[in-house]
Design a protein around this ligand. Structure first.
Ligand SMILES: [Zn+2]
Length: 82
């Protein structure tokens, strides 16, 4: 079984979100995310980013989308300060 380190996890977080990995890889990344705040933050950002994109397709103009994404990035960055 391959152990996913932070570099590997961050590289695959997009595929993970879209369930484009093998079952083993999905499980390894799930395990890593559960134990790693850094990668979990990356994953959370990817989730939020996707939700903003999906929502923006129906209701928001591009500038508002950019503002929302930037706002979310700031929220996440502030949340990461210990
Ligand atoms: Zn990690």
């Amino acid at each position: 079984m391959t152990e996913f380190d932070c570099q590997e996890t961050k590289r695959h977080v997009h595929e993970y979100l879209h369930a484009e990995l093998s079952t083993d890889e999905m499980q390894d990344i799930t395990a890593h995310l559960a134990n790693c705040d850094s990668c979990e933050a990356d994953y959370d950002f990817e989730v939020i980013f996707n939700q903003v994109i999906v929502r923006s397709c129906t209701e928001a103009p591009p500038q508002e989308l950019a503002d929302r994404v930037l706002g979310k990035i700031r929220e996440i960055q502030q949340g990461n300060h210990h």
